[in-house]
Design a binder for this molecule. Structure first.
Ligand code: MRU
Length: 343
């Protein structure tokens, strides 16, 4: 099953409930989808790309319009609203803009609706295809018997299907290699323990859960052959990914362990530098409660000062290679990224 899909409205797996409950939610209004994005019911850069695209299509379908101009105005406003939900993953904006552009070519209400939806469906289909390509390229880096440390969730749930970093691992396993995974829990929202561990166990891929603070000891003990993570935005000098990725990258360098980043071309924002990127800051509740959903059990004084950035920037000097659907890219990135991705 896809993480997000169209079935008369936008349907998606509510990732906030996993691994306790598997539930599909229906978004019939753009507001509902925007809320799902903000509370991370749908998350992960490529899944957000699809969500952005489907969100614009949903705007065209969510009510009646008396003219095509009224519909186009509504769709434009919805696109702006969707773009205001989360600032860091560039894929969200790519998905929104691509479908908006397609929709604006329509000359009737019906045509705008049809163009928007078919473009959104194309984005979703392309995501699955490019993840498989990325997987094939990346699997060449994994030897039989490797143990891979990963961070956050970069699997089926973070994409439409298959995954980026977890897609590489899946592809290697599909080729017959025995791969073990060490999953960091990924505080504060536990995408590693709740989602990565759940996904890999469902697929029968051996996974061991550690806390984020254990990444150092497993490297020091020689338990890790390489690290693979995903990305929310790759700029000329850094990779933006879930908070804590930078720490893992520095540790990997210290221990001489390859650090790979798997991401599609739509995650690249090559015209920008790290200083230009907004890092999302999330609520204090995510840090002070044991369970953000029920907000009951405090794990910090309720009035403590909190800093909760959701992403960090790993300078490209820590990245051994970038795994994309067009191939594996090695340094010098300044030269090789535009050459391979055609920017
Ligand atoms: O806040 P999230 O859960 O949306 O953050 C997701 C990540 O940081 C992922 O590692 C990234 O989007 C790559 S997903 C293939």
């Amino acid at each position: 099953m896809r993480t997000i899909f169209w079935d008369g409205c936008v349907k998606l797996i509510d990732q906030t409930l996993l691994p306790d409950k598997f539930e599909i939610i229906e978004c019939r209004r753009v507001e509902e989808l925007a809320d799902a994005i903000k509370r991370l019911a749908v998350r992960g850069a490529p899944a957000l790309e699809a969500a952005g695209g489907y969100g614009v299509a949903l705007a065209a379908h969510e009510r009646d319009f008396s003219s095509v101009d009224e519909l186009k105005e509504h769709v434009k406003r919805a696109a702006e609203f969707l773009a205001s939900t989360r600032p860091t993953a560039v894929n969200l904006f790519y998905g929104i803009e691509r479908v908006l552009k397609a929709a604006m070519d329509g000359n009737s209400v019906e045509e705008v609706r049809q163009l928007a939806l078919s473009e959104a469906e194309k984005i979703a289909d392309e995501d699955v295809e490019r993840n498989k390509q990325m997987g094939k390229h990346g699997a060449k880096l994994l030897e039989d018997g490797f143990t891979v440390l990963t961070y956050c969730n970069t699997g089926r749930l973070a994409t439409v299907d298959w995954g980026t970093a977890l897609g590489v691992i899946r592809s290697a396993v599909e080729e017959g290699k025995k791969i073990k995974v060490i999953a960091c829990e990924t505080r504060p929202l536990n995408q590693g323990s709740r989602l990565t561990a759940w996904e890999l166990m469902k697929d029968g891929i051996e996974v061991t859960l550690i806390t984020d603070s254990m990444a150092g000891i497993v490297m020091q003990k020689g338990m890790v052959d390489c690290v693979i993570v995903g990305a929310d935005r790759i700029v000329r000098d850094a990779v933006f990914n879930k908070i804590g990725t930078y720490t893992v990258a520095v540790l990997a360098k210290e221990h001489g362990i390859p650090f790979y980043v798997a991401a599609p071309a739509t995650t690249f924002d090559w015209g920008r530098e790290a200083k230009d990127v907004v890092i999302e800051e999330r609520s204090r509740e995510e840090l002070i409660y044991c369970n953000i959903k029920c907000k009951q059990s405090l794990i910090a004084p309720s009035d403590v000062k909190v800093y909760n950035p959701a992403f960090d920037a790993t300078p490209l000097k820590y990245v051994t290679a970038l795994i994309t659907e067009k191939g594996v890219i090695y340094p010098p990135y300044e030269e090789n990224v535009p050459k391979i991705l055609g920017f």
